[in-house]
Design a protein around this ligand. Structure first.
Ligand SMILES: Nc1ncnc2c1ncn2[C@@H]1O[C@H](COP(=O)(O)OP(=O)(O)OP(=O)(O)O)[C@@H](O)[C@H]1O
Ligand SMILES: [Mg+2]
Length: 265
């Protein structure tokens, strides 16, 4: 088994954010995690990346319990599962290529970092990645001068600099308009398909999860209440995940990427 999540629980005092999460993944899939606000989606990703410690349980990746890693092993794992955030987390006043090169920081000396001394090979690699994401011409600009969709692609490029096996994305398109949302999701899907990297993305809209993911995990009140294919994610199931009443409408959880297809490019 490539990844197995076994009884993972996270409590904050008396509040259980994630309760006994269990699932297995046998190949590098593209997985969407959905659920209403407070369901535990971010907490789960943060435990995978070891930004927060689990209260109990195991996450085995390629046969190692990554929740037990310490020190250098833990940092190596954090490089293997790069994280992307809703707010991009770039350094706004720094140029794009330097932002991307910061994806290599964990393997460079403090001195080299202080003086912004990046190896030539890394600079070329960064430009290649930006080119692949269609934003190479933005490389010399300050990050803050880019659109949201471009900034999120810079964040993806920074993640790719680490050559991660897994990309964890916490609501990567929640701050973007439908057009930029599509560009960013297309980029993640392509990275998944072409590089064979696993992608686990928290998504706040159903249509995006259905359209881009091979598999969808639904969380409600810290528990996994659905785990299946997009086809199995019917309106009835979605209503159950979101805990909505009969007035539940799919439109309320839509990014409207689908409607963009009708518009000529
Ligand atoms: N650092 C923390 N301290 C205390 N409680 C926390 C902390 N982080 C999360 N929680 C609680 O854990 C639960 C799950 O939160 P989490 O952020 O994982 O939900 P989410 O599904 O990502 O929600 P959203 O869609 O709003 O991002 C919530 O009840 C939240 O209040
Ligand atoms: Mg969240």
């Amino acid at each position: 088994m490539l990844l197995s999540v076994e009884g993972v629980t996270k409590s904050f005092g008396r509040n259980t954010a994630v309760e006994n999460a269990c699932f297995t993944v046998d190949r590098p899939a593209m997985i969407g995690i959905i659920g209403r606000s407070g369901a535990g989606k971010s907490t789960f990703l943060r435990m995978m990346n070891r930004l927060t410690d689990a209260t109990s349980g195991e996450i085995n990746f390629e046969g190692r319990n990554i929740l037990a890693l310490q020190g250098g092993d833990k940092r190596a794992w954090q490089a293997e599962c790069a994280m992307i955030f809703q707010q991009f987390n770039l350094v706004p006043r720094m140029d794009v290529v330097s932002n991307v090169l910061h994806g290599t920081l964990n393997r460079r000396s403090t001195l080299a970092t202080m003086f912004n001394l990046f190896p030539q090979d890394d600079i070329h690699k960064a430009i290649d990645i930006l080119d692949r994401l269609g934003i190479a011409e933005q490389a010399p600009k300050r990050a803050e001068a880019l659109s949201g969709g471009q900034q999120q692609r810079v964040a993806i490029a920074r993640a790719l600099m680490q050559d991660p096996k897994i990309i964890l994305a916490d609501e990567p398109i929640a701050s973007l308009d439908p057009m930029n949302a599509q560009v960013v999701m297309d980029a993640l899907r392509r990275i998944h398909e072409e590089d064979g990297r696993m992608v686990i993305a928290n998504l706040h809209t159903l249509d995006t999860a259905r359209r881009y993911c091979d598999r969808v995990i639904g969380m409600r009140d810290g528990r996994i209440v659905f785990d299946g294919t997009p086809e199995q994610l019917t309106t009835g199931v979605a209503r159950d995940i979101y805990g909505a009443d009969a007035s539940f409408s799919e439109a309320a959880t839509s990014t409207a990427i689908e409607t963009l297809d009708a518009v000529p490019a």
